[in-house]
Design a protein around this ligand. Sequence first.
Ligand SMILES: Cc1cc2nc3c(=O)[nH]c(=O)nc-3n(C[C@H](O)[C@H](O)[C@H](O)COP(=O)(O)O)c2cc1C
Length: 729
Amino acid sequence: MTISIWRYSHLALAVSSFLFITLASLTGIVLSFKPVADKMQPYKSENFNNLTVAQLIPNVTKNFTDVIEVHIDENKFVVIDATDLKDQSGKFYIDPNSGKVLGKVAKESEFFQWVTALHRSLFLHQLGRFFIGLSSFLLFLIATSGTVLIIQRQRSIKRFFAKIVKDNFAQYYHVVLGRLLLIPIIIISVSGVILSFQTFELFPAQKGSPKINLDLLKISPKTDLKDFAIFSNTKLSDVQSIEFPFSNDVEDYFTVKLKDKEITVNQLTGDVLSTQFLSKTKQLVNLSMDLHTGKTSAIWAVVLGIASVNILFFIYSGFAIWWKRRQVKIKNKYKASEAEFILLVGSENGTTFHFAKAIYHQLLKSEKAVYIGQLNDYMVFPKAKQLVVFTATYGIGEAPTNASKFIDLLKRSQQKQPVAFSVVGFGSHGYPDFCKFGYEVNNVLSQQNWAEPLVEIHCVNDRSPGDFTKWATLWAQNSDILLDNLTESLKVKPVKTQIFDVIEKKISVQEEPSFLIKLRPRKNTKFRSGDLLTIFPANDYRERQYSIGKIGNDLQLSVKLHQNGLGSGFLRQLEIGQAINATLVNNKHFHFPLKAKKVIMVSNGTGIAPFLGMIDEYGSEKEIHLYCGFRDENSFNLYESILNTELQKVKKINIAYSRSHQKQYVKDLLFKDADFIHTILKNGGVIMLCGSLNMQKDVIDWLEIVCEQKAGKSVSYYQARGKLLMDCY
Ligand SMILES: Cc1cc2nc3c(=O)[nH]c(=O)nc-3n(C[C@H](O)[C@H](O)[C@H](O)COP(=O)(O)O)c2cc1C
């Protein structure tokens, strides 16, 4: 909620001021060249920082008459307003060491004058000055709200400069450059506001010049100008200007302006007649002028120029981010109350909507009554048969803004009829709590009486179309939907297949026949147990996926034959020596956890396939405990010989038969070993689950209780940290 307040403020401020800020930045970029160009002129005098006023004055009086003023400009060039010995009057750059003229002061470039006027007042006089002042203030607020957003994004002030995950170009550089240029932008905006206050005379006025009693002015002892103590003690580098006396009368005196004070000096005796310090506000205004214009430092002027270019980039990238979010407009053909398929989306930046919309259109093409909305729109859906949640994770594994109320709403509003659900989590492995909110939603949904799992939770890493297609294929299979060119709507490249030869087949003889099939890739291919094999049984767009075990360099699939099953039927009729076209899909979320010392594998039925490969490969190095469930001994027969050879590799095999002996399920085996399993989890071990969704639901429900009781943590805590890996279907 707070994220959205700050975000909307940031956006509203930017939208309301972007025109003025654009103009001010463009002109600011041009003006930042001026101090650099000025400093490149050849009027800098040697030894300037060591010279005193006493050394300058005799050189001035020797070479000029009618001196009005000597002025030290921001480039440390000495400028005199006087008449030279050739009787030429005007302003000249001089060398303070000799008083020699270095050049005549040129009239200020008309171009820079024009740009300066545009920058300060937009040629609108006081009204324009007001808008520019207001824009400076708004820029300050934009920078402040942006800082808060960065702190929220980075999760703490301490992590302000921590690495940023590259999401997309506009967003990444908006944050990275925002952090780098925050200080210059705050300085530009605050100094701009102060200068506007000065323009509108909102600061208290500086007190007038101190009164000098002319009757008391001394005319002796007459002292040479070069011997005036005040001149000898004042460095030229501290001086802003020296006004010379108008005549030789004692009533006319020198006025020396320094950065923080103004001194008047008797022209005959060198006595200091008065000292007036600049008020703090005047000093602040002077400092603001230096900081805002960069006139005192070429390096600072370059920084200001870069900051101005970046303000323009922020306007562009901010607009790009906003545009992307805006594109997520939802136009529904069916009302929520009449839809059978409800798609709810949790998204901060809109990309998750892109995926959800692809499914929305697939359902429309299949003439299904579908409704798409935000997760916070959750309510009772009277006609719903299926609920699909697509959600990103933000913050510390938290909900995106448009999903923040979902869990509360879900607990309050129960659906009246059974509804099948599936969850697709969108996240990134760049964050510690991978898809945590997706897992949380899945777990809370699993606990609802009306909710029936359809497809196991799938996670999409970095918006991978491959990950998403994997889920969509499985979901479509289970929902009886024909996916029509989903790849195209996700703009995914066509799938490349490769050839595999059937080298072994083993069939079990039982009520529900299953079989093992071994395939050998024709070309050298890298893959791991837990990866998926996509086959195209009818040689068309219809895909079927199977979890694989890697045995040597071959793939082993364990398949249950379904009546009229497209995939299982196709694989079943294959003969040894035949070849098929298929694609290997990297399923890295279900690879063997190489860092874990102890792994608990839980499977039922054909879900044992990837574990057979993992045990073959890692069983000798790692402590593996296998808990597997089968219908009866006949079902187990298929795997028995393999498991017997692998037996010495596995620390312990626990088998449950659901239709014979004690009629046990795999969850019953786990109940008995609750302490042991939790200790493994607590000590960095990993639990892997492969098999049916019902088995998964039972195990998760049980684990939820165990983890809560023993560690006060929810299952999603372990899921998000990769301690619970699942591949159920
Ligand atoms: C500030 C920020 C925080 C994120 N935090 C997480 C996180 O904790 N866990 C995670 O898996 N992904 C995290 N992500 C990645 C997003 O969930 C992921 O990029 C998602 O696809 C964005 O979807 P959306 O564009 O619909 O918001 C984060 C992204 C950002 C920008």
